[in-house]
Design a protein around this ligand. Structure first.
Ligand SMILES: Nc1ncnc2c1ncn2[C@@H]1O[C@H](COP(=O)(O)OP(=O)(O)OP(=O)(O)O)[C@@H](O)[C@H]1O
Ligand SMILES: [Mg+2]
Length: 343
């Protein structure tokens, strides 16, 4: 008789990327959260990087969609099919012995949380544990969050910016904003249209952001040449874009993030504000890689900002650490403010 060891997965269903950690192995999936769907046959034709290639250039009968929006499941069936295909490709068949730890944004509604649980259950995992993203990030950074001091974590992803103050292994206050890398890209598309009279797609906006995007002047002047469609003539045209222009387009969303952080810190007990001053704030998520983010936050908040190592995988490494030893973290999982009980 063979002895089956229980499998455990750590999952980060991101707006931009889906990542899966397999207990005892490591990161096994790191793929774009995109599904290409054939409307004629009603079937999924591709997922992940293969589907991403189709995103901006799909023929009429193929739709490329993102089943996760702002970190929340927007299309349940597509999200399930996407995750199942990723795991099948890695030869990771689901079985009733698969346990899953999934990271979720803060302050989700019960319905939104249940949707994540159902997705994993319907795919065959049981039990399913949920952990809030800033907490997962703190595990990933290996912060000593069980100590009587406070940490400020800011996870800037593609769909959301999720910030939280943690103390004694719990979230004391948090703020979630629907502003992330996708929003910044949309601002670049708008800036190009309004100021350069050039229509560009999302992939070109992303290219501009990565090549010259910044939120504070860095001293080096950056410039990139991009192509698009001239709004007046309707014909292809190329133009060059400078970092200073992009910085102006990104100023408004950055302001919103700074205001939300200030507001969150103001609502925290003063002792914790003191701890944060001492410990600094930790930046993770892909958008934390934008040039000048740490400097801008330091200037505005007055606290040291530290960009964590490998910010893109910080959350999945955190859920991975939990998946390696679920019983040790059991008291920190599924910890959400429950319904208020009247006495
Ligand atoms: N060097 C970089 N500079 C600026 N932005 C970057 C850089 N690298 C990645 N990004 C952005 O990071 C985002 C992806 O980050 P991440 O993988 O943390 O998001 P996610 O977890 O999928 O989304 P969310 O947590 O919001 O659901 C994308 O919007 C991408 O454009
Ligand atoms: Mg994320």
């Amino acid at each position: 008789m063979t002895f089956h060891l229980k499998k455990a997965l750590g999952i980060d269903l991101g707006t931009d990327l889906t990542r899966v950690y397999l207990k005892g192995v490591g990161l096994v999936v790191n793929e774009p959260s995109i599904v290409a769907f054939n409307n004629r046959t009603n079937r999924v034709v591709a997922v992940g990087s293969e589907a991403k290639k189709m995103l901006a250039r799909t023929p009429a009968h193929i739709t490329a969609l993102r089943p996760i929006t702002h970190g929340i499941i927007a299309d349940f069936d597509m999200a399930r099919e996407m995750l199942e295909r990723f795991l099948k490709r890695e030869k990771l068949p689901w079985s009733w012995t698969t346990e899953a730890v999934v990271s979720v944004p803060t302050s989700l509604t019960e319905v939104e949380r249940k949707s994540v649980e159902d997705l994993l259950r319907e795919s065959g995992a049981s039990p399913v544990h949920l952990v809030e993203q800033p907490l997962a990030a703190a595990f990933g950074i290996r912060l000593a969050i069980d100590e009587p001091t406070a940490f400020l974590i800011i996870d800037m992803g593609a769909g959301t910016t999720d910030a939280a103050i943690l103390s004694l292994s719990g979230i004391v206050v948090s703020r979630r904003l629907k502003i992330g890398g996708d929003y910044l890209n949309a601002e670049i598309v708008r800036g190009m249209r309004d100021e350069f009279k050039l229509a560009i797609g999302e992939p070109t906006a992303e290219e501009i952001k990565l090549a010259v995007g910044s939120v504070m002047a860095t001293g080096e002047r950056l410039e990139v040449v991009v192509r698009g469609r001239d709004i007046a003539s309707g014909l292809p045209r190329e133009t060059s874009v400078k970092d200073s222009q992009v910085r102006l387009w990104l100023a408004r969303p950055m302001r919103a993030i700074v205001d939300a952080l200030k507001d969150m810190i103001e609502t925290a007990p003063p002792e914790l504000a003191g701890d944060i001053y001492k410990n600094g704030m930790y930046l993770c998520g892909g958008t934390a890689l934008l040039r000048g983010i740490a400097d801008l936050l330091m200037k505005e908040i007055g606290v040291r900002a530290l960009l964590v190592e490998d910010p893109l995988t910080c959350v999945v490494r955190g859920v991975g650490i939990v998946a390696e030893n679920i019983p040790a973290y059991a008291h920190l999982l599924n910890n959400f403010p429950g319904p208020k009980v009247k006495d």
